[in-house]
Design a protein around this ligand. Sequence first.
Ligand code: MSP
Length: 533
Amino acid sequence: MPFAGGRAINPAMKSFYVTSPIYYVNDVPHIGHAYTSLACDVLARFMRFDGHRVFFLTGTDEHGQKVAKSAAAAGVDPQAFTDKVSQNFRALLPALGCSNDDFIRTTEKRHAASCQAIWKAMAARKTPKGNDNIYLGAYSGWYAVRDEAYYEESELTTGPDGKKRAPSGAEVEWVEEPSYFFRLSDWGDWLLEWYAKNPDAVGPASRRNEVASFVKQGLQDLSISRTTFDWGIKVPGDEKHVMYVWLDALTNYITAVGYPDVDSERFKIFWPASVHMVGKDIVRFHAVYWPAFLAAAGLEPPRRVYAHGWWTNEGQKISKSLGNVIEPNKLIETYGLDQVRYFLMREVPFGQDGDFSNAAMIRRMNTDLANDLGNLGQRVLSFVAKNAGAAVPSPGAYLDADRALLDKAAAMLSIVRAELAQQGFHKALDAVFAVVADANRYVDAQAPWSLRKTDPARMATVLYALMETLRRVGLLLQAYMPGTMAKLLDQLAVPADKRDAGAWDEALVPGTALPAPQGLFPRHVEAGEGTKK
Ligand code: MSP
C-alpha cells in the first residue's frame, strides 16, 4: 500500500517522526520560525538518507485569543484571517527547501475530531493517584495572551509603567471564568520518573534539568478551557467552553498521524514521535504538559523533545516593534538558499542562543563554502576535466597519505549519525569540514599538477582519492544543502540511486565519463566591493 510521500511500506524499515512547532498565524514568518523548520528538515533528510521511513510535520496554530485578537484588529473574521495568513507559512517551506510530508492547520476537521477524542480519553481515565483527570471549576488568575499562558502572581514583575509582566516580557491580564481543569498536580511523580528513566526525553541536558526542577517544585492543576471567547475547538459535551489553545495545538502532533484511529498503520508506525523540535520558550508546554496529557489519555509520550536557542539580530532581540525582523526570503535572495541553510546550522552550537549578523553570514559563506569546499571541488574537478580525460581516474596502490584521507572520510558517516541523533547539527558539520580541510592540505601536499608530467599513474590515484572524498562529503551534506550537493554529486557522476547511506561504500567507478565542472559556491561580494582597487 502506498504511503504519504510515495514510499512503499516496508516493515523492516525504521521509522522517524519529526515535528516543528506549529506557528501562530498572527505574525509574519521570520528567521526564528525558519530556524526550527530547517533543523527539522535537516534531520528528516538525513534520516531518509539513512534508510528510515520519515514523517516530517509542520503547520499553523490558528485558534486562541491571540489569533482572534489579530483577526479583530485586521477587521476580518478569524477563519478568513487564518486562511490568508497561514499561506505565508505554507509558502515559506518550499522557499526554505523543506521536505515536510504534511502541513497541518488546527482549523481542519481532522484536528477538531482528534482534540475532542483526546479530551474524552483524558476525561474517561484516572490520574496515577486515582482521581479524575478533568474536573469543572473556575479560574481566576493571570493570563498572558502573547504567550497563551497562565502565570502565578509570584512569577510576575511590575514595570515602571505599572503593568504586570510575565518572565517572557508579555503583559498579563486578570481572568476570571468557569473552566475545566486538568489535574496536573497528580502527574508530577510520573513526570519525574519519566525524565529519570528516559534521559534522552528532553534535551539539551540543561533544559531537562530546568524542566525537572520546575516539576519538583510541585505542579498546579491547569486550566484547559476558556469561556470568555469562542475561537477554538468546543469541549465535548459542554459547548460553552473552547479548549485551551495549547491543548488544541499540542494535539496536532497526533492528529497528523491519524489519531484517534490508533490502529491505523500511520499511527502505529510513527507514534511516539522521535523528536519534537521546539524553541526554548516553549519547552515547558512540550516537556511537562504534553507528556502528561498523553499519558492521561493512555498514549505514549514522545521519545524526545529538543529545545534550541534564540536568535538575535546584530546583538538585538528580534521583534516586530523594534522593526528588526529578519525575513527568511530576503536572506535567501541576498545570500542563496543553501548558504543560509548552512549558516543557520553551523554558526551557533545547536541548543544555544546565537546572533545573526551580515558579517558573520558573509564570513561563513566565503570561508567555509566558497574557499574551503567550493574551491576543493573546483580545483579537483576542473583539473580532472583538463588533465584526466574528463572521466573518473583509475587509482593505483594507495600510499599512507591516501589511506589516511580515505579512512577519515569513510569514518564521517558514523560520526554524523551519532551527532544528529543528539541534534548536534554543528558538530556533524565540524566533522565533515575537518575532512574538507584535510583534503585541501592533501591536494597541496600531493600536488597533482606536478605529478602530471612526472608520474601520471600517481596523479590518477591522488585525484581518485580526492574525488572519493568529495563523493562522501557530498553525500553527507545533502541534508544541509540539498541543491548544491545534488550539483556536486552530478559532477562526480554519482548515479541518483547511489546517493543514500546504503551506497556509502560504493566507490566511484574508474572510467565513468564526467560532465563539465561548474562552480558550486560563488563568493559573496558586497555591492561596490568588486570595483575597489
Ligand atoms: N504556536 C506555538 C507553538 C505550538 S506547538 C504545539 C508557538 N508559535 S510561535 O510562532 O510563536 O513560535 C514558533 C517557534 O519559533 C518556537 O519554537 C519559537 O521558539 C521559535 N522562535 C520564535 N522567535 C525566535 C527567535 N528569535 N529565534 C529562534 N527561534 C524563535 O510558540
